[in-house]
Design a protein around this ligand. Structure first.
Ligand code: SAH
Length: 349
């Protein structure tokens, strides 16, 4: 058992079972032992790989997206560019390189990063030194003003509550002690708004993600602004279990060794869109369609012509991002924007 596991066991012994959301929050962000507090989880030697780590084109196209949206906002200078959970800083570095094609846009950008991991903050500081970013623990400390926000694989890392349908009512799922570890058990019954469900169905609610979407939406509706959320998830609120653990590129046990595996849950885009009101939500559209709409295939061709020795890996990266069997349909893209703004690139239909 990990040190965090021992702490959690002692706490449950003393105080009783804890909600899944609390288990997830502590496993990921416990100040000392949380998964995101220690290591750099990304890349081949880590636990998982993300779109910006697969291809530079991902961040570049998002940079172009931002510059078009910024022009539609009336080109405010300065404008806050905030990335939520920037990982190694790769997406932001690629974004800023593409943004520099529009000199006025690049000059207007003030880079802010919301990041809890000290290890990743160090990595971001090295990658993004020239951009002189400012770090935040959460959105609350972001300065006022027009905002462009981007979050790739960020919302899936926020704690979810789980409910289970029993005898016509919902019970909150909690984590209790079992033998040498933990087990899920049915907790107290609760009144919640949820879609129709059958006996034994599980329903997940991303309260933390919704609180964040609400804050983003309120800001964006107040001042011109827009946010781009990219994540795996579902278009409409529905029952189902998606909480999962990943370590070393393989699926792991959610409850075993808390703090050593990444815990994520699918994002409920419908719930995010509702939370973001009165800002307007666009999509979600599939990542493959979104990137194709922004011209990823043309960009790949250009890169291959300029770097023939890397053609195979450029092509493979492109396919991995957009093919339906890879990340193309599992991952979805939603935009949130001020109600006066036109459809952002990639959301025109
Ligand atoms: N966007 C990056 C990394 C995704 S991993 C990429 O696509 O490669 C999730 C990121 O969110 C990491 O940087 C992690 O440290 C950060 N993170 C996770 N939970 C967080 C929280 N509650 N607050 C702030 N950052 C968080």
């Amino acid at each position: 058992m990990t040190p965090l596991g021992e702490q959690l066991r002692a706490r449950i012994r003393a105080e009783g079972a804890i909600p899944v959301a609390e288990f997830m929050a502590l496993a990921l962000s416990h100040p000392e032992h949380g998964y995101y507090r220690g290591r750099d989880p990304l890349g081949r030697g880590g636990d998982f790989i993300t779109a910006p780590e697969i291809s530079q084109m991902f961040g570049e196209l998002i940079g172009l997206w931002c510059s078009v949206v910024w022009r539609s906002m009336g080109a405010p200078d300065p404008v806050i560019l905030c990335e939520l959970g920037p990982g190694r800083g790769t997406l932001m570095a690629d974004l800023l390189r593409a943004a520099a094609l529009d000199v006025a846009f690049r000059r207007a950008l003030r880079v802010h990063l919301v990041e809890i991991s000290p290890a990743l903050r160090n990595r971001q500081a090295a990658t993004l030194a020239d951009a002189r970013p400012i770090w935040h623990d959460d959105l609350a400390t972001l300065p006022a003003g027009p905002l462009l926000a981007v979050g790739n694989e960020f919302f899936d890392a926020l704690p979810i509550r789980q409910f289970v349908r029993r005898a016509g009512a919902w019970r909150e799922r909690v984590v209790d002690l079992a033998d040498n570890g933990f087990a899920f058990v049915d907790g107290p019954s609760v009144e919640i708004a949820a879609p129709p469900a059958k006996e034994g169905d599980l329903f997940e609610r991303g309260d933390a993600a919704c609180v964040l979407a609400e804050r983003l939406g309120a800001r964006i509706a107040d001042r011109p602004g827009a946010a781009l959320v990219i994540d795996y998830g579902h278009t409409a609120t529905a029952p189902g279990e998606t909480l999962q653990a990943v370590a070393r590129h393989a699926s792991a046990d959610v409850l075993a060794d808390p703090g050593t595996a990444d815990l994520t849950a699918h994002v409920d885009f419908q719930a995010l869109a509702n939370a973001a009101l009165p800002a307007r939500a666009w999509g979600p559209v599939n990542q493959g369609a979104f990137l194709r709409g922004l011209g990823i295939e043309l960009r790949a061709e250009r890169l291959m012509l300029a770097n023939p020795e890397c053609a195979a890996s450029i092509e493979a990266g492109c396919r991995r991002l957009i093919d339906a069997a890879e990340m193309g349909t599992l991952f979805k893209v939603m935009a949130i924007s001020h109600p006066s703004l036109p459809a952002p690139p990639g959301f025109e239909d």
